[in-house]
Each structure stands twice: as structure tokens, then as C-alpha cells.
Design a protein around this ligand. Structure first.
Ligand code: COA
Length: 311
């Protein structure tokens, strides 16, 4: 069921088919501990401390917080993929630089923790664009925050997940315990948090920690495929839908009715696609697609999609 990801060859993460759109102005996303690559509407934001298995230092947190803030408002970006360089997602918080070295520096500790929590949770959880966690190699401890804050997660079957905190003497802190408890059934949450046993991508999918696992060599292609599906949806409707699914969880029924009705109206106010009217027109009048199988054609897309219409 599990084997060590460090048995895998170390490889640098270079997404295939990652091309800058011709003529599109490229913003400079140069950092020391984060790599950002862009192409075809997808931004790949990769933690970049491969020699430390992408353990997250304060400097990395500041950079990732900045990168995600800028990608959220970059018109070239439709989907953001969060991942890691060197064959690993992340070995969690840096036990030396984030924990031990900041023990006697409460001011810096508070600042670093705020940045860490902001990008790993608040920013990703409410992100305006769809997000995908692409997991290979190790995903440990504090890395479960960004794993679970992303809208979707795909892992290599041989990825190695571990809620390791219990093994080195703390509980899964920041928001890890809450994120895990909200994501999976209590038995799975208790088992893996209390035992600290590693589990692979297939097990992560089985318990609902990720959407699905694929063979390692297909991971990037599977991520691109999901991103492309998301890019075919109306951005305004997709944004409202993911926010709605997240927020209704903590509402009672009357609140949810009210919130969803108002959110539905809000889409129309800022929807460049005029999705509701366009979706109805293309189905009822033009008969060009079937909503059961595929989205209506966006005004920005080049050609109509026929896929699924014949089913
Ligand atoms: N914090 C700080 N340093 C870390 C780290 C972490 N979370 N994870 C790995 N590193 C460092 C190691 O100390 C080592 O540094 P060195 O080269 O200066 O000695 C380097 O990264 C490589 O790690 P190593 O343990 O030699 O690699 P490995 O491939 O054999 O094992 C792990 C990788 C991830 C299984 C192992 O490093 C580990 O268990 N790390 C701790 C993960 C953890 O519990 N994180 C939770 C934090 S909330």
C-alpha cells in the first residue's frame, strides 16, 4: 500500500505543454523559494526548496503569499495549480526555520504564522479562480493546509501522505486538525492523525482527502485535463458555485436558502458571459449543446465543443 517516495528519482517539475500565449504580457514572478510557470491559462505555483523536500520556511511563506495574491488578479491566469519542485509536494513546516529558530522570536513567529496561514488557508479557500493541488512525493503535516484549501486535489498513486505531528511531539496545529476533520470521516481523521502512519495516493482518494490518484507518469496530464475542463466553465458561475458549496456547509437551511438566492443574483451583476441567458439560448434556441453533458460555449472560446452532445 505504501512505499517511500524518496525511492523515486528526484526530478524537476516542468509541466508539459506549458507555453506563454503569444503576445500576452508576462508578469515577472521571480522568487527564491517559489517557482511560477504560466501557460495556456494555467499558473503552476511550485514550492521550491527541493533539497529540503519543500519544507516551508518563513521566507517561502512570504513568497507564496505574494505569488498567490498576484496570480489571483492576473488576467493571463484562469486556473492555479499548487505543487512542489523536485518530486515532492511539501514536507510541511520547516521544523528548524519555522519552529526551533523562531521559538525565542515571538514577533517574527507571529508574522510568519500569519503569512503561512493566509496563503495556505484564507487565500486559497476563498480564491477567485479554481485551484488544484497536484501532489507527488511527500505531503506531510502543515502541507495538508494547502492540500485541503485547494478546490481540487490530484495525487500520484505513489505519493506519501503523513499527518506526522503526533510522531514528533505536537498536535496537527494551525488549521490542520480542523481542515482534516472537515474533509474526511471522523474514523479516518482520528486514525491518521493519532497514528501518524503514512498513506499513499490511492488511500488518500479512498478516504476523500483528494479527488483521485493516477499513476505518477500521468499526474501532470491529469492535472492539465482537469484545468482545461474548469476553463470551459463560465468563470463567474464557477466562482459562485465553489464559494457556495464551501459556505453552505456551516449554514442552517433558512440561511442557505437566503444566501444561495442572493448569490445567484450576484452572479448576474458581474458576469461577462451573461451565463444564464447565454446558456438558455444555446440550449433552447440554437440547440448547440446539452447541459447534462457539457457547458455552454463561452464567448471567449474559439469553437463549439461537440463532446458529449450525442450521449
Ligand atoms: N523541516 C525541516 N527540515 C526538513 C523537513 C522539515 N519538515 N523535512 C525535511 N527536511 C530536511 C532534512 O532535515 C534534510 O536536511 P539536511 O540535508 O540539511 O540534513 C533534508 O530536508 C532532506 O531530508 P531527509 O530526511 O534527509 O530526506 P528523506 O527523503 O530521507 O526523508 C522526509 C524525507 C520528508 C520523510 C523526512 O525528511 C521527514 O520525515 N521530514 C519531517 C516531515 C515532517 O514531519 N513535517 C511536518 C512538519 S508540520
Amino acid at each position: 500500500m505504501f512505499f517511500y517516495a524518496n525511492a523515486l528519482p528526484e526530478r524537476s517539475f516542468v509541466p508539459r505543454g506549458c507555453r506563454a500565449k503569444e503576445g500576452a504580457p508576462m508578469t515577472d514572478y521571480t522568487y527564491d523559494f517559489v517557482n511560477v510557470r504560466m501557460g495556456d491559462g494555467i499558473a503552476w505555483a511550485a514550492l521550491n526548496r527541493p533539497e529540503k523536500r519543500n519544507a516551508m520556511s518563513p521566507a517561502l511563506h512570504y513568497e507564496m503569499d505574494d505569488a498567490l495574491a498576484r496570480l489571483e488578479v492576473d488576467d493571463n491566469v484562469k486556473v492555479v495549480v499548487v505543487t512542489g519542485e523536485g518530486g515532492n509536494f511539501s514536507a510541511g513546516q520547516d521544523l528548524k526555520k519555522f519552529f526551533r529558530e523562531l521559538e525565542n522570536n515571538p514577533a517574527e513567529r507571529k508574522k510568519a504564522a500569519a503569512a503561512a496561514n493566509r496563503w495556505r488557508w484564507e487565500r486559497l479557500y476563498g480564491y477567485d479562480k479554481p485551484t488544484i493541488a497536484m501532489v507527488h512525493g511527500y505531503c506531510v503535516g502543515g502541507a495538508f493546509m494547502q492540500l485541503l484549501a485547494c478546490d481540487f486535489a490530484i495525487a500520484a498513486e505513489d505519493a506519501a501522505f503523513s499527518l506526522s505531528e503526533v510522531n514528533w511531539g505536537i498536535l496537527p496545529g494551525a488549521l490542520v486538525s480542523k481542515a482534516v476533520a472537515d474533509a474526511v470521516l471522523p474514523r479516518h481523521a482520528l486514525y491518521y492523525a493519532c497514528l501518524g502512519e503514512p498513506f499513499d495516493g490511492k488511500e488518500a482518494a479512498r478516504i476523500g482527502m483528494i479527488n483521485y490518484a493516477v499513476p505518477a507518469e500521468k499526474l501532470e496530464a491529469a492535472t492539465v485535463e482537469l484545468a482545461q475542463k474548469l476553463m470551459k466553465k463560465s468563470p463567474a458561475v464557477l466562482r459562485a458555485t465553489k464559494q457556495a458549496i464551501r459556505h453552505v456547509r456551516t449554514m442552517d437551511v433558512p440561511q442557505a436558502y437566503d444566501y444561495l438566492a442572493e448569490k445567484g443574483k450576484a452572479i448576474k451583476a458581474a458576469d461577462k458571459e451573461d451565463s444564464y441567458n447565454t446558456g438558455l439560448r444555446q440550449f433552447l434556441d440554437e440547440k448547440s449543446y446539452k447541459p447534462t453533458f457539457e457547458p455552454f460555449r463561452l464567448a471567449t472560446s474559439d469553437k463549439p465543443s461537440k463532446a458529449g452532445a450525442k450521449k
